[in-house]
Design a protein around this ligand. Structure first.
Ligand SMILES: Nc1ncnc2c1ncn2[C@@H]1O[C@H](COP(=O)(O)OP(=O)(O)OP(=O)(O)O)[C@@H](O)[C@H]1O
Length: 584
């Protein structure tokens, strides 16, 4: 129960709802326990009249009528209280669930990119859905049933003892034995349902991946093997489900057995006491009704215990996650305005998850307003430079300066707000095209959106769609071609009017003619902005103020186009090769 202590702050927050809820639970159960008493009393009055102890028929009729009215009143009130009990305790559990989900969601927002690379999306989703649901079961149903169990067992048992100690002992004799059996069975049921749950998520994950990769599956014609894999998991899932149902099927027979044995004992022992004139017939019926009421709490003890155990395990996972400190911290809350000067001084960077040293002793200077092109073979470390400029990672060796200040000393939000980043694989939301562009500037006017699209040379494509800028994109923007996606993403960065523009190999999917037009437009747009262009093409780099060539994390060449084409090395080779390709 150590991990679940974390939830106490929510119990305190909603204490009044809970106190009212618990009081109502107690009242509703006390009322439920009145029923056997009233029924027993009524039968005893009838018996008294029959054997002549009471002779006044009118009095008997009056008493019976009063008891019937009382029974109806108790039933109505107990029903009303049960309704209120759900309205208070279960509603509180939903409120706590909402708060906890919000807390987790805010933590998701704070955590750094590295965290998302290290954790699987499925696990992260589970934390906020499955784990929180399990904790909610503790906060709501477990609290409610625990109160039910305590009140029913304590008050019910006390009432029975007060009537007849001997009969109570005999009646409750099978309870411990069978409750152990039910408890064990509940554990088995919970274990098996966890396995069923596991297979269910395996099936969901399998289908999710299959749907996402549908084009690969279809183009490779591997539907049959996919179906075979699916069948295997589905078969296992079915098997586990049947296994669970076998255990489930035993639950109610066990309960009925418990009720049956206790009833037989009451009839047998009570019958003998009745013959010996020790008790009245109403008392036997009263005891039988108590048995029915008390069986349920005994049966659910196991269920509630495992509910609490599961909630504890889930809360432990949630706590571990909430305790994670974001790797990238904001050390400055004061507003930061960037001029755009970027300097790398002897930066060496190693990704701690793979231990790959992506940058080795990298130094360069980009003056505010300059355009810097970064070229190099795949895996040379180009994107890593960009990720460091956006402070998606912090470097431990060397320093990165922005306008002469260490990057870590700037306000993190302001830094990122003043960077317009077009990633290699642009992500578009399942929203309209205009909303996807507006993502860069929420209050952008229609004219601004159109201008940004024109600058990114995607306007003509957009107006060709029947719904123009209102065209809604499918999941991951599937209705657009690769090049169109890249250009919408460029429009999104341009509209932001940032101080630093970053294009991470984002012109790879457009033809050279369109690339030329975009670059011409960018010249106009990127005035007074420091621009970084990562590319594999000379055409994207040739007009840059500075060109940096990376190889295996090291800068091997640096200079302007004219300088580099006259120096033997990677850039000249690439230039000659691409020139040859163009001529051919
Ligand atoms: N998030 C990451 N975690 C661990 N290693 C990474 C990560 N990102 C990149 N790397 C590794 O760092 C090295 C440099 O990668 P980077 O993406 O910077 O290269 P790149 O020059 O941009 O390549 P490309 O042209 O293919 O995009 C590679 O060896 C890569 O495997």
């Amino acid at each position: 129960m150590k991990a679940l202590k974390y939830i106490n702050k929510y119990f305190i927050k909603y204490k009044w709802r809970l106190i009212i809820g618990i009081s109502i639970t107690v009242l509703s159960k006390l009322l439920a326990l009145k029923v056997p008493q009233i029924v027993g009393e009524s039968l005893n009055i009838v018996e008294d009249y029959q054997n002549g102890t009471i002779t006044d028929l009118k009095l008997v009729e009056h008493e019976l009528l009063m008891n019937v009215l009382l029974l109806i009143g108790v039933a109505v009130l107990a029903g009303f209280f049960t309704f209120l009990m759900r309205q208070t305790i279960i509603v509180t559990s939903r409120l706590i669930e909402f708060d906890l989900k919000n807390e987790i969601y805010h933590q998701y927002q704070r955590l750094s990119l590295n965290f998302y690379k290290k954790n699987r999306t499925g696990d992260l989703m589970n934390r906020i859905s499955e784990d929180v649901s399990k904790v909610r079961m503790y906060v709501g149903p477990a609290v409610m049933y625990t109160m039910n169990i305590i009140v029913l067992l304590v008050v019910g048992f006390t009432q029975m003892i007060q009537i007849d100690v001997k009969l109570t002992m005999y009646t409750l004799f099978p309870f411990p034995l069978l409750s152990i059996a039910i408890f064990t069975l509940s554990k088995v049921i919970h274990k098996r349902s966890s396995i069923v749950q596991e297979y269910l998520s395996k099936l969901t994950t399998f289908n999710q991946e299959f749907f996402s990769g549908i084009s690969v599956v279809k183009s490779y014609g591997i539907e049959k093997s996919i179906i075979k894999d699916f069948d295997e998991i589905a078969d296992k899932s079915k098997e586990k489900n049947i296994h669970l149902q076998q255990a489930n099927a035993l639950f109610f027979p066990l309960m009925i057995l418990l009720i049956g044995i206790s009833n037989i004992i009451v009839i047998y022992v009570g019958g003998q006491q009745y013959i010996n004139n020790e008790i009245q017939i109403g008392t036997i019926i009263e005891f039988m009704l108590y048995i029915n009421i008390l069986t349920w709490p005994v049966a659910v003890v196991g269920w509630v215990t495992s509910m609490i155990q599961q909630a504890e395990a889930s809360q432990l996972r949630i706590n571990e996650f909430l305790r994670q400190v974001p790797e990238i911290q904001n050390y400055n809350t004061a507003p930061t305005v960037l001029q755009g000067k970027v300097e790398f001084k002897n930066v060496t960077f190693t990704y701690d998850d793979t231990n790959i040293t992506a940058l080795k002793n990298v130094s360069f200077l980009a003056q505010a307003g300059e355009t810097v092109a970064i070229l190099g073979k795949t895996g040379a470390g180009k994107s890593t430079i960009i990720e460091l400029i956006a402070r998606l990672y912090d470097t431990k060796v060397g320093s990165i300066l922005m306008d002469q200040n260490p990057i870590e000393s700037l306000n993190l939000n302001d830094l990122r707000n003043q960077i317009g980043f077009v990633p290699q694989d642009p992500f578009l939301f399942s929203e309209s095209i205009s909303n996807n562009i507006k993502f860069g500037k929420e209050d952008a006017t229609d004219n601004e959106i159109v201008q940004a699209a024109k600058d990114a040379v995607v306007h003509n494509n957009i107006i060709d769609f029947p719904n123009g800028y209102k065209t809604v994109l499918g999941e991951r923007g599937v209705t657009l071609s690769g090049g169109q996606k890249q250009r919408v993403s460029i429009a999104r960065a341009i509209i932001k009017n940032p101080k630093i523009l970053i294009f991470d190999d984002c012109l790879s999917a457009v033809d050279t003619e369109t690339e030329e037009r975009i670059l011409t437009n960018l010249k106009k747009v990127s005035k007074n902005k420091t621009t970084f262009i990562i590319s594999h093409r000379i055409s994207s780099a040739k007009n840059a103020d500075k060109i940096i060539i990376l190889e295996q994390g090291e800068i091997i060449q640096q200079g302007t186009h004219n300088q580099l084409i006259n120096t033997a090395g990677y850039y000249k080779e690439l230039h000659d090769q691409q020139l040859l390709e163009k001529e051919n």
